[in-house]
Ligand binder design. Structure first.
Ligand SMILES: [Zn+2]
Length: 491
């Protein structure tokens, strides 16, 4: 399918509705997604955001676009609260653990990459770091200062929101207006330097205790968090690019500030389509460390938490996430994960069955119409839950063909198999694995083979007993003979 035949529409937060996707440069897509601040393990809500944009990246590529996907690593300058005061999160953690800030950054960057690899995410094309772009950030702060839309106070540079708002609309993305913001903003300590409480730092003077700081025309300091994304997105994607993504909690102030900085510096709206992913809950409630209602990816994979009966394969978790639309809330629970895991296995079994079926002289099922429905779902703002319902329709047909209640010609069958494979593996990014390795069925089958092997051994049929052991090993099931009899583990 060529891109031109395609009719992708995306929900653009900036206009509050779905719009036909038309890239700035024909056939090319520039996509920027706000990456993690690497001072702790990646949490599940963030993982959902990155998995959602991985699916979007995969689908755009599938449609034939040449996509440049940029996702940053925030390794400096992320301040703890709106007061723009005190230490950034990385420095604070480094001080607590008596480590170099770059040790913290390295440790959690590796963790982040590992978790996303387990979820089968493709790496972005460029993964720039904030600390690698200090020079560019100083330059942008200086440009905004030169244009009169920022001011310097005692070695710090603040963005002048009120002045910017005279010719622009601060709040255009989040729907907030400046009067409301002014009356709602508390005056916090450390804000005494600012002209107005909603002004935000482009550059902060480093206090003597601040661990990460750089030389600038205004003295030793560090960049404000919002500035890095304005700088790195436009450096790698141009002053105007197609998609900017992130979790919806970043809409304000982060993304609002990004727009203001870019417009102030370049005089252009930086982003054509703003895409935001929704939050997730656990057992119907907000995740919170203080109440114990929290789940991290490691606990989810290992099952090492009182909230789950067992661990789940990362691919099954990914499938679970894809069963909800990226703009919908998603509730994690033991029962919902178990149900989703069953569905996943049904899908994998169906795909295997379909590949083994034989073609007939005529088709009783319209594969083209089915395929069109799959694309219509994905073209409708990446509607993966609807796509998945069509994939299960395909599995139903596979079963009917297997029962001789339906048939497909060679051409239709090939198209059906190839399309199903590309939606499941290439676009949704799932893996062809057995996910319910604790299932009763598998245990039943292996126990039966263990008994047959025991019988073979009792009859001194060593060839058969070895064959059973070796064949099981080939499919990843390891037998272990012990005093209590033979047990097995699944790799
Ligand atoms: Zn960002």
């Amino acid at each position: 399918m060529s891109i031109k035949e395609n009719n992708l529409s995306v929900y653009n937060t900036l206009v509050g509705k779905k719009e036909t996707f038309i890239p700035v440069v024909e056939d090319h897509v520039g996509m920027y997604v706000c990456g993690p601040t690497v001072y702790s393990n990646v949490h599940l809500g963030n993982a959902r955001t990155f998995i959602s944009f991985d699916m979007i990246y995969r689908y755009l590529q599938h449609l034939g676009y040449k996509v440049r996907y940029v996702r940053n690593i925030t390794d400096a300058g992320h301040l703890e609260d709106d007061s723009d005061d005190g230490e950034d999160k990385i420095s604070k953690k480094a001080r607590l653990e008596k480590l170099e800030p770059m040790q913290i950054v390295q440790h959690y960057t590796v963790d982040f990459h590992n978790v996303l690899r387990l979820f089968n995410n493709l790496p972005p094309d460029i993964e720039p770091t904030a600390t690698g772009h200090i020079v560019e950030q100083i330059k942008m702060a200086r440009t905004i200062l030169d244009k009169g839309l920022a001011y310097e106070v005692d070695g710090s540079i603040y963005f002048d929101v009120e002045k910017y708002n005279k010719d622009n609309n601060y709040g255009e993305l989040s729907g907030r207006n400046i009067e409301e913001l002014q009356s709602n903003t508390r005056t916090l300590d450390g804000q005494k330097d600012k002209k107005s409480p909603q002004d935000f730092a482009l550059w902060k003077k480093a206090s003597s205790s601040h661990l990460q700081h750089w030389e600038s025309p205004w003295g030793e300091g560090f960049p404000g968090w919002h500035l890095e994304c304005s700088v790195m997105s436009t450096k790698y994607l141009g002053e105007q690019f197609d998609i900017h993504g992130g979790g919806m909690d970043l809409k304000f102030p982060h993304h609002e500030c990004e727009i203001a900085q870019n417009k102030a510096a370049n005089g252009k709206d930086p982003v054509k389509y703003w895409l935001h992913t929704n939050m997730l809950t656990l057992n119907g409630k907000r995740m919170s460390k203080s109440t114990g209602n929290t789940l991290n990816p490691d606990e989810l994979f290992s099952g090492d938490t009182p909230l789950l009966d067992k661990g789940f394969h990362p691919s099954a978790v990914r499938f679970f996430m894809m069963q909800a639309h990226y703009r919908s809330m998603l509730d994690f629970s033991n029962d919902a994960l178990l149900a989703s895991e069953k569905g996943y296995q049904r899908l994998m079994n169906g795909i295997a069955l379909l590949s083994s079926l034989e073609a007939k002289k005529e088709s009783t099922f319209d594969v083209d119409t089915w395929l069109k429905k799959c694309y219509t779902a994905m073209d409708d703002d990446f509607n993966t839950p609807i796509l998945i319902s069509h994939l299960f329709d395909a599995i139903k047909i596979a079963n009917q063909i297997s029962d001789n209640k339906a048939s497909l010609t060679k051409q239709d069958l090939d198209l059906f198999v190839n399309s199903l494979n590309s939606f499941v593996f290439e676009i949704l990014g799932l893996e062809d694995v057995i996910v319910d390795n604790n299932s009763d069925k598998l245990s039943g089958v292996v126990d039966m083979l263990i008994q047959m092997r025991k019988d073979a051994r009792d009859n001194k049929n060593w060839a058969l007993s070895d064959e059973i052991r070796d064949k099981l090993k080939e499919v990843g099931i390891q037998l272990k003979d012990g005093k209590e009899g033979t047990t097995f583990s699944v790799n």
